[in-house]
Write a protein that binds this ligand. Structure first.
Ligand code: SF4
Length: 443
């Protein structure tokens, strides 16, 4: 019955360790809580001081100017009048919690404006949101404030409004510099325009400039991928994420491939080669590896929000479609705009579902954090959680080591290159295995 937790017996684990690759964050099962109960829990948390660990807040901007073919996060088409209305409501949502003891109790260390496309908003709306955040939330002096977006329609006025509003980290989804590859998946700007704008933002020297690149896109050969990564290095930007293409089931990309409207994206073994090539180039360029997919050129890229998300930290959600977690619960917010507006009008936090976290949520986050960094210290975690984790995971580790996904050295579990490529699978399998074993012991 435990066979599904083992890798395939192969001499080539980088390409063939598992049949399917998991591309989204590892998750543990929690206990769902209905909306009205979740609302009460939220209110109860907000009324008390607490949550003294590192804190982040996430603001969701659920609009995009185009619908990229591969995207699983698209919510609404951008329309100026709708976006303006939405920003008014987002600000009201923030004002609703302004005087809560929980919010005032401790500084925030990371603010993230994500989406969707926050850079689709006009300069005045970007500034309005940032100003309200700074007026209401107690921000730490060195708080990281990230604006996510794209180069298309991110003109000077918006860039200056962001910086004036306090943004110190700009994260741009480039995906590929190759104009043909970009246009085939619904990206608009051409290579030269992107390079020119990135150079301009970087030359202002006011914020860390980060880009996302995706490997495995249709028409993106390994040579194009190599030139994408090299182009990033040539630009001298502060950080980069090298992501694997995720084909969502029933999504537009899957449909387009099925209907032969677009070339089939790279298969998993080819993606593994692309991953290995990206790792090699970044290593040679001596960039600092912050996670399995993220590199920094210098200490200017601190990557605080993303590292807090992977830890057992606090994240307060704002906006339609946002999610957050605190005090042992996950909270999911309404993603239908009309319902979101109605809830704010009724002076309610727009939560539509909650989830009580698994009792070992902290352990799962530590496993994720360890594997994400490339080294997992099971001795330390065993002491922290009073469990013999080396013994619990020994069947998996023995097999994974034989196959070549991990190395056990001085009580530490280190990932090989193949393990790095499959690390989300390994992480999810460890979480599932632990849950399975604990269930069995309780029976
Ligand atoms: S702009 Fe970003 S969020 Fe919007 S559809 Fe494209 S990839 Fe998705």
């Amino acid at each position: 019955m435990y066979l599904r937790f083992f890798a395939k017996e192969t001499n080539d684990p980088l390409h063939y360790a598992f049949d399917k690759k998991i591309a989204v964050h590892p998750m543990a099962r929690g206990e769902p809580i209905p909306a009205h109960k979740a609302q009460e829990i939220w209110k109860g948390i907000m009324e008390k001081e607490g949550g003294y660990g590192k804190r982040a807040a996430y603001f969701h901007i659920p609009f995009c100017e185009t619908h990229c073919l591969y995207c699983g996060f698209y919510q609404n088409a951008y329309r100026p009048e709708e976006a303006e209305k939405y920003v008014n409501y987002l600000i009201r949502e923030l004002e609703m919690i302004a005087n809560c003891p929980f919010i005032k109790a401790h500084p925030f260390h990371a603010i993230y404006l994500g989406g969707g496309t926050p850079t689709a908003l006009p300069a005045s709306d970007i500034f309005r949101i940032l100003k309200t955040i700074r007026d209401i939330l107690p921000l730490a002096n060195d708080c990281e404030i990230t604006l996510e977006g794209r180069i298309y329609n991110f003109g000077d006025e918006k860039i200056f409004a962001s910086i004036e509003g306090g943004v110190n980290r700009i994260s741009i989804g480039v995906q590929s510099f190759d104009t043909f590859v970009r246009r085939r998946v619904g990206r608009i700007e051409e290579k030269e325009g992107i390079i020119e704008r990135l150079k301009f933002i970087n030359s202002l020297d006011q914020a860390a400039v980060i880009i996302d690149l995706i490997y495995g896109l249709p028409y993106q050969t390994i040579e194009i991928w190599e030139s994408d990564v090299r182009q990033y290095i040539e630009l001298g930007l502060d950080g980069v994420d090298l992501y694997q293409l995720n084909i969502y089931k029933g999504g537009r990309l899957e449909q387009a491939v099925k209907n032969k409207k677009i070339e089939k994206p790279a298969d998993i073994p080819t993606q593994a080669d692309m991953f290995a090539k990206g790792v090699e180039i970044m290593k040679r360029a001596r960039y600092i590896r912050l996670s399995q997919s993220h590199w920094a050129r210098s200490t200017r890229e601190r990557n605080i929000y993303n590292s807090l998300v992977r830890k057992d930290s606090i994240c307060i959600p704002f906006g339609s479609g946002a999610a957050g977690w605190l005090s042992g619960y996950f909270f999911y917010q309404e993603n239908r705009l009309s319902n979101y507006y109605q809830m704010i009008d009724a002076a309610k936090k727009p939560i539509i579902m909650g989830m009580k976290r698994h009792p070992y949520h902290g352990l799962f986050k530590n496993i994720e954090e360890g594997l994400e960094s490339g080294t997992l210290d099971l001795e330390l975690l065993s002491q922290r959680y009073n469990l013999d984790l080396r013994h619990i995971f020994s069947p998996l580790f023995k097999q994974w080591e034989e196959v070549g996904l991990i190395r056990i050295k001085d009580g530490l579990c280190e990932l090989t290159l193949a393990g790095e490529f499959w690390y989300v699978n390994l992480c999810q399998l460890m979480i599932d295995y632990f849950q399975e074993i604990s269930k069995k012991r309780l029976q």
